[in-house]
Design a protein around this ligand. Structure first.
Ligand code: COA
Length: 403
């Protein structure tokens, strides 16, 4: 097995040490992104089967790349002592659990700051570190925080709320964790004082879902769930063509003028209901139904590729709804080098995506595949200053596990 143990120097986060304890998607994906941007990332996994993500066939290879696996129970006394040594020179510690689970087990912010005052601690949970005790200790996944936050009720058809996939709440939260951690690192580097972030996943989704929510809080308006169409404007949504679907976002004066002409309603342009400075064709417009049905007819009679080309030439934002096979063949993605292949720890080729976004001066990179459970246990403990005898003692007691 060939897995590099020395992280090469690269990326805007080179020199940053990130330690995390979490399973599945939200917090681990945040750690993964930090690792792709050059941070040295250590995942703490339990000494049983480890991260539940290990059950997946493929996605684990993408989302656990550039990470070290430390299999350890940080809640046993000796495990806690080892954790403190590991965190002594860390910049960021992320944990995701049911409410204040770490503090309940004696690993408080103050304890962590006593060994590293600059440490940025991110507590990720479904419902927060405090508030209603009924809520804070609840287990949470993508779907349940989307449900609680009001985000899910905005998605789906009028009859049926639906959760936007794949795992939108997890991935939005991953990005929020990255942003919050980096904001706190910036401040800690100036002040020398660390931070403790209470990141409740449902609150991220409230932030993401606020666009229409404030129409309700200020005026009591509840827009119907949109299904495949925007709830306010004509020409925004997914339209059926004779060979698939096009994603269309019609907005702007020139764009509206062109579209009305194309679908045979040019005579409406510059009239009382659709004056010649109309940038949005609102569904409240008396001609909205007519515009929508003519546009549907227009799309249904044509190829998605022809519509995309024609609309693009006329400044209208429109893209064919790509299937996976289209993406793999797409020239633009090839030219940008968006696909990346590397070898798993078992030596099998794995096809994934590259590192985004692209930093021009300090590009990210993939330097190692997902390691087997506990692959880095000894290395991480040694670097934290534990002797060979101390490490063996932890192994013998089942507090840590090696690959
Ligand atoms: N060694 C020993 N015990 C460990 C450990 C380790 N390395 N890491 C975690 N544990 C403990 C946990 O503290 C937990 O103890 P508790 O139930 O007494 O609090 C127990 O092992 C189970 O771990 P957990 O990962 O919490 O599993 P779970 O199946 O009970 O819950 C979640 C999983 C994801 C639902 C829960 O962790 C959660 O709500 N997390 C916050 C939101 C989140 O991240 N959701 C997933 C988004 S993809």
């Amino acid at each position: 097995m060939t897995i590099a143990t020395h992280k090469p120097s690269f990326g805007p986060l080179d020199g940053l040490k990130v330690v995390y304890s979490a399973v599945e998607i939200a917090a681990p994906t945040a750690a993964c992104i930090l690792g792709e941007w050059g941070a040295d990332v250590i995942q703490i996994e339990n000494t049983g089967a480890g991260d539940t993500m290990r059950d997946t066939a493929y996605i684990k290879q993408l989302e656990r790349r550039n990470q070290r696996s430390l299999s350890m129970n940080p809640f046993a006394d000796e495990g806690r002592a080892a954790l403190l040594k590991i965190l002594a020179d860390a910049d960021v510690f992320i944990e995701s659990s049911k409410g204040p689970a770490w503090a309940r087990r004696g690993i408080t912010d103050d304890l962590l700051w006593s060994i590293n005052p600059k440490l940025v601690i991110v507590h990720v949970s479904g419902f927060g570190q405090d508030g209603d005790p009924e809520m804070v200790n609840r287990a949470a996944y993508d779907l349940t925080v989307a449900a609680y936050s009001g985000y899910m009720s905005q998605n789906g058809t009028p009859e049926q709320p639906m959760n936007p996939g794949p795992y939108a709440a997890d991935y939005f939260n991953a990005l929020m964790i990255v942003g919050a951690a980096m904001a706190a690192v910036h401040k800690a580097s100036q002040s020398g004082i660390g931070e403790s972030i209470d990141l409740a996943m449902f609150e991220t989704m409230m932030r993401i879902g606020a666009y229409y929510m404030v129409d309700y809080t200020n005026e009591g308006i509840v827009w119907p769930r949109p299904g495949a169409r925007n709830q306010n404007l004509c020409g925004i949504g997914e339209y059926r063509c004779n060979d698939g679907f096009i994603g269309l976002c019609l907005y702007g004066v020139k764009q509206n003028e062109y579209l009305l002409g194309a679908i045979g309603l040019g005579h409406l342009w510059g009239t009382e209901n659709i004056p010649s400075d109309t940038s949005g064709l609102w569904l409240s417009n008396p001609h909205a139904d007519e515009i929508q049905s003519k546009l549907e007819e227009y799309c249904a009679a044509r190829s998605k590729y022809d519509i995309e080309r024609e609309f693009a030439e006329n400044r209208i934002a429109a893209q064919v709804v790509m299937e996976y096979r289209d993406l793999v063949d797409e020239e633009h993605l090839k030219l940008r080098g968006d696909w990346l292949e590397w070898k798993t720890a078992e030596g099998k080729p794995f096809k994934g995506i590259g590192v985004f976004p692209k930093f021009r001066n300090n590009p990210g990179q993939v330097w190692r595949p997902m390691p087997p459970l506990g692959f880095d246990t000894k290395d991480v403990l040694e670097k934290a200053g534990l002797s060979a005898a101390e490490i063996q003692d932890l192994i013998d007691k089942g507090i840590v596990k090696t690959a």
